[in-house]
Design a protein around this ligand. Structure first.
Ligand code: GUN
Ligand code: ZN
Length: 432
C-alpha cells in the first residue's frame, strides 16, 4: 500500500439511499474508520474490522467523539450575491431590482469577481460545503473568475453564466445569440476540466425571450452531460408574471419543458407553486428540485410541499440560495427546512435532512458514486462534525439517546462552528 494512505478514526455517517423510502439507507459506524487513498475513499467501516487490515505502522488520526460525513452539497447558490446577503425587501421582485441586479453589475470587473469568488469558496468550506451548483452573472468573465478559483483549489463545482436578454437593466442583458455563443465558449473552456462542470443557466423565464429559451434548449440537447439550472415557481407575483409572458404554456414549469430544458442534470430551484402534473414531469424527466428554505422564508415566497413531492417521487436536494438565502450553513438550512416541512404537516427526520444535504445532492447532480457518500471510489470530500462545538450543543449532545436525536440536535443547533474540519479530495482545506 502506498504511503499516501490516510486513516481517520471517528463515528461515520453516510447514506446509500433515501431513508424516507429505504429503512437500510443510513450507514452508521459509531466507532468507525475511514480510509482515504490518493484523494478517494478506499473504505469506510467499523474500526475493529478495518484496523486489522492496515499495514503495520499506519498512522491513524484519532477523531473519536467527532462524526465524519460526506461534505455537504449545496445545489443552488449565487456567488455574486455574497455582499447583499441579508438585504431587506418586500418579496423577490423588489429584492432583485433593488439589491441583486446592482450587486451583479460589479462582476463585469474580473478583479472584483476573483476577490468575491475566493471569499465565497472560503465561506463554503468553513461551512462544510465541498460542492455547489453556482450562479455567476451575465458576464462570462464572472464565470472564468469563479472556475479559475475553484480549479486552483481542486474543488468539484458546477457553475454557469446567467442568460438574461430582457426584463433586466441594460448592464445585465446579453442577447439570445451572444448568450448562447458565450455559454458554448465557456463549456469548451471549463466543462469537465478537472472537477469543474458547466451549467446552462437560464436565470428564470421572465428574463429570457423565446429566442433565448430556444437556444438554451438547443445547447442542452447538444451538450447532454452539461447541467441546466434555473428558478421556477418561487413566488406568486413571479408565477403571474410568467403567465402573462408565456400565455400558451400550461404552467410555469411547462415553459421550460416546452424548450427541452427538463432532463437529468437539470436543477429547478424552489418548486413551491407547482401542481401535480408538474411534479409528475419532474419525476419522469428526473429533473431535481433544489429546496431553499431560508430563502423562501426570508423573501416570504412560500412553503415547499413535501407530501405532494414525495408522493410523486420528485428528486430532491437541499440548497442555501445565498444571497436570497440567509446562511451558508447547510445545518442552519436543515433547521429551516424542518420547520417548513412541519408547517405543511410533514415530519422530517434528521437522517433525511442529512441525506438531502449529501447523497440527495449527488443524485440531483447525477454524481452518485463520485461525491456525497463514503462508498469506495468516491472523492474524499468529507467533513468533521463536532457535537461539542458550542456549550449548548455539548450539553444537548450529552443527553441525546439515539443517532437520530444527535443528528437532530446538530441540524437545529449547529452552524459553521460545528464544522471542525473540511477535507476536499483528501486534503484538509479548513480547520476551526
Ligand atoms: N429568481 C430570479 N433570479 C433570482 C435570484 O437571484 N434569487 C432568487 N431567489 N430567485 C430568483
Ligand atoms: Zn436563486
Amino acid at each position: 500500500m502506498s504511503p499516501s494512505l490516510q486513516a481517520y478514526r471517528a463515528s461515520l455517517l453516510y447514506f446509500t439511499n433515501d431513508p424516507a423510502f429505504d429503512e437500510h439507507a443510513t450507514q452508521w459506524h459509531s466507532d468507525g474508520l475511514l480510509l482515504v487513498q490518493d484523494g478517494r475513499i478506499q473504505a469506510a467501516g467499523d474500526y475493529a474490522t478495518l484496523a486489522a487490515t492496515l499495514p503495520p505502522g499506519t498512522a491513524i488520526e484519532d477523531l473519536r467523539g467527532k462524526i465524519l460525513c460526506p461534505g455537504f452539497i449545496d445545489t443552488h447558490i449565487h456567488y455574486p450575491q455574497l455582499d447583499i446577503i441579508g438585504s431587506p425587501a418586500p418579496g423577490l421582485l423588489p429584492w432583485l431590482d433593488n439589491y441583486t441586479f446592482p450587486a451583479e453589475h460589479r462582476f463585469q470587473q474580473p478583479e472584483h469577481a476573483s476577490e468575491v469568488a475566493d471569499f465565497f469558496l472560503d465561506e463554503l468550506l468553513r461551512n462544510g460545503t465541498t460542492s455547489a451548483a453556482v450562479y455567476c452573472t451575465v458576464h462570462p468573465q464572472s464565470v472564468d473568475a469563479f472556475f479559475a478559483a475553484s480549479h486552483a483549489r481542486n474543488l468539484r463545482m458546477v457553475a454557469g453564466k446567467c442568460l438574461m436578454d430582457r426584463n433586466a437593466p441594460d448592464f445585465l442583458r446579453d442577447t439570445a445569440e451572444s448568450g448562447a455563443r458565450e455559454s458554448e465558449e465557456l463549456i469548451g473552456r471549463w466543462h469537465n476540466k478537472g472537477r469543474q462542470h458547466y451549467a446552462i443557466t437560464v436565470r428564470f423565464a421572465p428574463t429570457s425571450t423565446h429566442e433565448q429559451m430556444k437556444l438554451a434548449g438547443e445547447l442542452a440537447a447538444q451538450y447532454p452531460d452539461t447541467y441546466i439550472q434555473t428558478h421556477v415557481a418561487e413566488n406568486t407575483d413571479e408565477v403571474n408574471w410568467v403567465k402573462e409572458l408565456y400565455p400558451d404554456a400550461r404552467s410555469y414549469l411547462d415553459v421550460y419543458d416546452g424548450y427541452g430544458l427538463m432532463r437529468q442534470r437539470a436543477l429547478y430551484a424552489h418548486c413551491i407553486w407547482l401542481d401535480d402534473q408538474d411534479r409528475a414531469r419532474m419525476a419522469v424527466t428526473q429533473s431535481a428540485a433544489t429546496l431553499c428554505p431560508t430563502s423562501n422564508l426570508f423573501l416570504g415566497s412560500g412553503l415547499f410541499d413535501f407530501a405532494r413531492a414525495d408522493a410523486a417521487r420528485v428528486p430532491l436536494s437541499l440548497a442555501t440560495d445565498v444571497g436570497g438565502g440567509t446562511s451558508f450553513s447547510m445545518l442552519q438550512t436543515m433547521n429551516e427546512l424542518y420547520k417548513v416541512a412541519r408547517m405543511g404537516g410533514t415530519y422530517l427526520p434528521a437522517q433525511r435532512m442529512f441525506y438531502l444535504a449529501t447523497l440527495g445532492g449527488a443524485r440531483a447532480l447525477q454524481l452518485e458514486g463520485t461525491i456525497g457518500s463514503f462508498t469506495p471510489g468516491c472523492d474524499a470530500d468529507f467533513i468533521v462534525l463536532d457535537p461539542q462545538a458550542t456549550p449548548l450543543l455539548a450539553r444537548r449532545s450529552a443527553t441525546t439517546d439515539s443517532l437520530e436525536e444527535q443528528l437532530f440536535a446538530l441540524a437545529i443547533l449547529g452552524d459553521d462552528r460545528a464544522i471542525a474540519a473540511t477535507y476536499s479530495a483528501g486534503v484538509r482545506v479548513h480547520q476551526r
